[in-house]
Design a protein around this ligand. Structure first.
Ligand SMILES: [Zn+2]
Length: 226
């Protein structure tokens, strides 16, 4: 538990910087609680205080609208010094991966690449935040499956509207008529995670470019950011 975690949040997490003072205190308490319950270990690298604080911030951001939220389906985070491949090798020649939620033997684990974690906070104009993306998959998984429909956070009547908006937005990506990361067109689970990255990184821009999507994500995460 880094003793300077509040100072690190203030220096490096734009989301935290925008909160009111009471909300800052609540956010910092959630970060502390996360770091006291989840183990972060480095593979061929040492986990620095900044890594711990950024990962915890990425965990708290999408769950901040749910005061009693706990990542019950997570025990361990494994931090890599760079991108890894499907067999968790750093020097493999397969598709490089920046983050993933483990399944099977890796159930309860999350794998993250340090450069991707840091880029999510230091690229002020980007729409990417890899660590946050993976935590959104865990929120999605809270109802049992990663299917892009977070049933715990949407009323039944809103689910149909959400699916309609997702289909429309995926269609726009496929037509080349969208500024959403095309990876989101892969399936509905990836669409939720990718659009959540955009929502948390550039809320004003999303509200402008995708008002319906912005409105639904505000409902899902129970947060008004723009
Ligand atoms: Zn994903």
């Amino acid at each position: 538990m880094p003793s300077n975690y509040v100072a690190l949040l203030a220096q490096t997490v734009p989301y935290y910087q925008r909160l009111s003072d009471p909300e800052k205190s609540r956010f910092a308490a959630k970060v502390k609680e996360f770091l006291e319950t989840i183990n972060i270990e480095g593979i061929r690298t040492t986990v620095e205080p900044l890594d711990s604080v950024l990962i915890a911030a990425a965990a708290v951001m999408p769950s901040f609208g749910f005061p009693n939220w706990k990542y019950f389906n997570l025990t361990n985070i494994i931090l890599y010094p760079g991108a890894f491949d499907e067999e968790y090798r750093l020097d493999g020649d397969r598709r490089p991966i920046a983050g993933m939620v483990g399944s099977g033997a890796l159930n309860g684990q999350m794998l993250l690449s340090r450069p991707a974690v840091r880029a999510g906070f230091f690229d002020g104009h980007g729409k990417h935040n890899t660590a946050l993306h993976e935590f959104v998959h865990l929120l999605d998984k809270a109802d049992g499956i990663v299917d892009g429909v977070p049933e715990k956070f949407l009323r039944h009547t809103q689910t149909e509207e959400w699916e309609r908006i997702v289909q429309h937005e995926i269609h726009r990506i496929e037509q080349g008529d969208s500024d959403i990361n095309p990876y989101g067109a892969m399936n509905h689970g990836e669409f939720l995670a990718v659009s959540a990255e955009y929502f948390f990184q550039q809320p004003e821009r999303m509200k402008e470019e995708h008002p319906d999507l912005y409105r639904m994500l505000s409902l899902i995460f129970n947060q008004q950011l723009a």
